[in-house]
Structure formats: C-alpha cells, structure tokens
Design a protein around this ligand. Structure first.
Ligand SMILES: [Fe+2]
Ligand SMILES: [Fe+2]
Length: 253
C-alpha cells in the first residue's frame, strides 16, 4: 500500500487519572502506540485530583510517545483550580491542548483537523436540562451551551476555512447517550450533553472521542452515523485505534 493510500490511524484514551502509583505503568501501556497509530488523542481527566504533580508524572510517562499528541482537560483536572498549570505541563510535554481551538496535522499528504473542548453536563436529547427557573440552574445550562458553541466554532473553522480532509472531535463529556449506557441512569445527566453532538453532525466530523463515563459503552453513533468512541481507560483498558480510510469513510475497529 502506498504512502498516500495508507489509512490514517488515530489512537485515543481518556481518564488516565494519573497519580503516583501509575508511574512506570502508563509508559509501558502507551509506548506501543508509536507503532499502532499516527496520532494519540488524550480526552481529559489526565489527573486523579487535579494536582500539578500528577500532571508532571503523566508528562514524564508520555516521554516515550513519539507521535503527535492532542488533548483536552477533564473535570478532574479542574479539582484544585490548577487547570492552567496542568494545561501548561501537558503543552510542555508536547501535547497540543485544545479548548475551543483547533489544530491540523498533515499525515502522509492528508490534512486531519482536530477540534476539542472539555464539554459539560446537562443530559441528552429530550431530557437535556432546560434553562428555566432559578438563576443557578440557568448558569449551569449556560456552561454546557458555551462548551458546545466553542466546539461548533472549531469544527466550522476547520470545515470551511481549513478545508481539511478529515475532521476529528475531542470532548471529555459524552455527546451522545449511547456511550454512557452501563452507568447508573441517575448519573446520565452528569455524564454528557447532547448539545455537543449538534456541531459534530452539522459539520460531519469523521469521528469523535470522549471519556468521563468509566462504566459506559465503547462505541455509539450520532444520528448521522458518525462513530463516537468512549475511550475511558477504566472501560477500554488501553488506547483504542480508529482508522480513517483514504476515501474519507471512517471504519470502526
Ligand atoms: Fe474520569
Ligand atoms: Fe471526568
């Protein structure tokens, strides 16, 4: 198979929840990704308690990864209000950290655009929480809407101005209900927000990766049939590899 027609392989993992006891182990788990994929996506909850030291340990574990890395933060990374330090630590380790912005990689002559946000809670579909009643509830809803708008802006920019060959969405919270199934139904509203799914469908992303639902379901699809992977480490154990075919049609693996 020629270089130009070889499929592009995207590895993804979330919810690594790095802390001291994972030192040495993550390095061992992640090193084979150099052979298995062209890029590694880290979909949030990089740390256990949002401590900068946990991020530094993770950064050290990533030293063996030689392919490009792209990530978003998760809710755990905000726990100590040290998210900017964690973000910087990841950037220093060579990870392109996205928060409403985008990055594009040229892989074997084809451009792959990545848009990423953390996302937020709120629920799904007809049960998506509505901005009605008390101010705190309206503020809660607004956070989710803002995250979806940030993702929308990134995907729109890549699709129209970037004119990329492939489009990848990275979020921490789930954009569809399907991939949180397996968790307690009472938790569903806190595991994702279907507002995140609208831009993924509208701009016809090729694939989406998320985490956060540790006991959810590995693979689901948006209403337009776009594959959505839940790559939470407690669920998938190690990174998942998705292959983008040369035609542009995604193939789930
Ligand atoms: Fe998590
Ligand atoms: Fe999370």
């Amino acid at each position: 198979m020629g270089e130009e027609t070889a499929p592009i392989r995207i590895a993804a993992i979330a919810d690594v929840h790095c802390y001291d006891e994972l030192r040495g182990r993550l390095r061992y788990e992640l090193e084979p990704v150099n052979e298995h994929a062209d890029v590694l996506v880290l979909a949030g909850d990089l740390t256990l308690f949002g401590k900068p030291d946990e991020a530094r340990i993770f950064a050290e574990e990533l030293r063996e990864v030689r392919i490009p890395m792209i990530g978003v933060l998760g809710n755990h990374d905000y726990e100590m209000n040290q998210e900017q330090t964690i973000r910087q630590c990841m950037c220093d380790a060579g990870v392109s950290m996205l928060d409403g912005d985008t990055t594009t990689l040229l892989i074997r002559g084809r451009s792959v655009g990545f848009a990423g946000v953390k996302g937020f809670c709120g629920g799904f579909g007809e049960r998506l929480v509505a901005p009605f009643g008390e101010s705190p509830l309206k503020s809660f809803v607004r956070v989710g809407q803002t995250e979806a708008e940030k993702l929308e802006a990134g995907l729109r920019d890549l699709r129209h101005r970037g004119a990329v060959d492939y489009l990848v969405a990275i979020v921490h919270y789930a954009p569809i209900r399907q991939t949180v199934v397996g968790e307690s139904p009472e938790l569903f509203p806190f595991l994702g927000n279907s507002s995140l799914c609208e831009p993924i469908d509208r701009y016809e992303a090729d694939v989406c990766f998320h985490g956060h639902a540790h006991y959810g379901t590995r693979l689901g699809h948006t209403t337009k049939g776009i594959p959505v992977y839940n790559v939470a480490r407690p669920l998938v154990r190690n990174y998942v590899v998705h292959t983008l075919q040369p035609t542009g049609s995604p193939v789930a693996t």
